[in-house]
Design a protein around this ligand. Structure first.
Ligand code: F0G
Length: 360
């Protein structure tokens, strides 16, 4: 690649370069990157204080990845490997974020992308992303589980690379988030809280923590705490949900592909997977934005809602370090934000009227 004279790139050149030794790439792998990763780990000062009991909560802000969700971690690797293997197109089923990320990385790589989304069921920002990156966006008359089944059949029969998290490179890329948390904290947290949808991400984090543990980089791994929406909680129920419902559309999934590895992560880590109501999700969603200054999409707020619920049951001890994974940015779902927050008040263009409003 030619670089303009005098132009300097920042030290961070994406997670493949940073964690190259821990990833299945070679010097021949064409790295397709938008410089994803290196997301902030923020102390949640107000939340920690509100929970009481001396717990320390941190927020891993994955919505600050290039397409505003954690999917970019897996997609940089999945698309790089697809290009290395000669693919000219990628395909995925998605509740929105995977499709946005696949479309962006395919655009970057100069290959085609085809994304299947449940018709009318994905948040507006995510739909806009797929369209702008010029994916072929197909709105399927069916839910996510049906769409995933369709893309599996299509990629089995045709030369088009599947980039859902059933693709092992997705998991490899996403495990780097666990590395980052350990690198940022200087240790592993005691607990990690996260949403569970298709269950690839909990699988990936657990793999990452185990690798750091085996490599002697950390001395312990966290208890993995996964949360599913009450109307879409197949792992909690122990049986698939044929018609999942939740306003957290990102995790509206009734039959997760990585079910077995999610249960393994839960059990091997001494963790749990529990259900959280939409009401609890919305309360945490508003709380994060209003008191921490962190705007996430509803599915991401389930991490915090879960910690609040467990704290009320006396689950934590003083000094416990808890990391909440905030998987996607709030701007992904502007409709939900506008439905939840107070409307702007229309005022005349007049100083006295405006001051009157401010003082009222
Ligand atoms: N949070 C967000 C914002 C998501 O978009 C997803 C999944 C999850 C959490 C759950 O992660 O599936 O690995 O358990 N979104 C997928 C998609 C299904 O199509 O964008 P998971």
């Amino acid at each position: 690649m030619s670089v303009l004279p005098g132009m300097r790139y920042p030290a961070w050149r994406g997670l493949i370069e940073h964690y190259r030794d821990c990833l299945p790439v070679t010097d021949d792998t064409p790295v397709v990157t938008l410089h994803e990763g290196a997301t902030p780990l923020l102390p949640a000062l107000k939340l920690s204080a509100a929970l009481g009991g001396g717990v320390e909560v941190h927020l891993k802000c994955e919505g600050l990845n290039p397409t505003s969700s954690f999917k970019d971690r897996g997609m940089t690797l999945a698309v790089s490997k697809a290009v290395e293997e000669g693919a000219r197109a990628v395909i995925c089923a998605s509740t929105g974020n995977t499709s946005a990320s696949a479309a962006a990385y395919a655009a970057r790589a100069g290959i085609r992308s085809v994304v299947l989304v449940p018709n009318g069921e994905i948040a507006l920002g995510k739909l806009a992303q797929g369209m702008m990156h010029r994916a072929m966006v197909l709105a399927v008359e069916g839910n996510f589980d049906t769409a995933l089944e369709l893309v599996r059949r299509i990629s089995d029969a045709h030369p088009i690379a599947l980039v859902n998290s059933v693709n092992p490179y997705r998991i490899e890329g996403q495990k780097t988030a666990a590395f980052e948390i350990c690198d940022q904290l200087g240790r592993a947290p005691d607990y990690q809280a996260m949403p569970v949808g298709n269950a690839g991400n909990i699988t990936a984090y657990w793999k990452g923590y185990q690798e750091y543990l085996k490599g002697g980089i950390v001395k312990a791994a966290p208890a993995m705490m996964g949360f599913q929406a009450a109307g879409a909680a197949p792992i909690v129920d122990g049986t698939p949900v044929s018609d999942p419902t939740t306003l957290a559309t990102a995790i509206k999934i009734g039959n997760p592909a990585s079910w077995v590895t999610a249960v393994a992560a839960r059990d091997e880590s001494g963790g749990l997977i529990e259900r959280i109501t939409d009401r609890q999700i919305l309360d945490a969603y508003s709380l994060l934005a209003a008191t921490e200054g962190v705007f996430v999409e509803p599915a991401s707020a389930i991490s915090v809602a879960g910690v609040i619920a467990l704290n009320e049951r006396g689950h934590f001890r003083p000094g416990d370090c808890i990391v909440c994974i905030l998987t996607g940015h709030g701007l992904k779902d502007p409709d939900r934000a506008i439905a939840e927050a107070p409307e702007p008040k229309v005022v005349p263009a007049d100083v006295d009227a405006i001051v009157g409003e401010i003082l009222s």
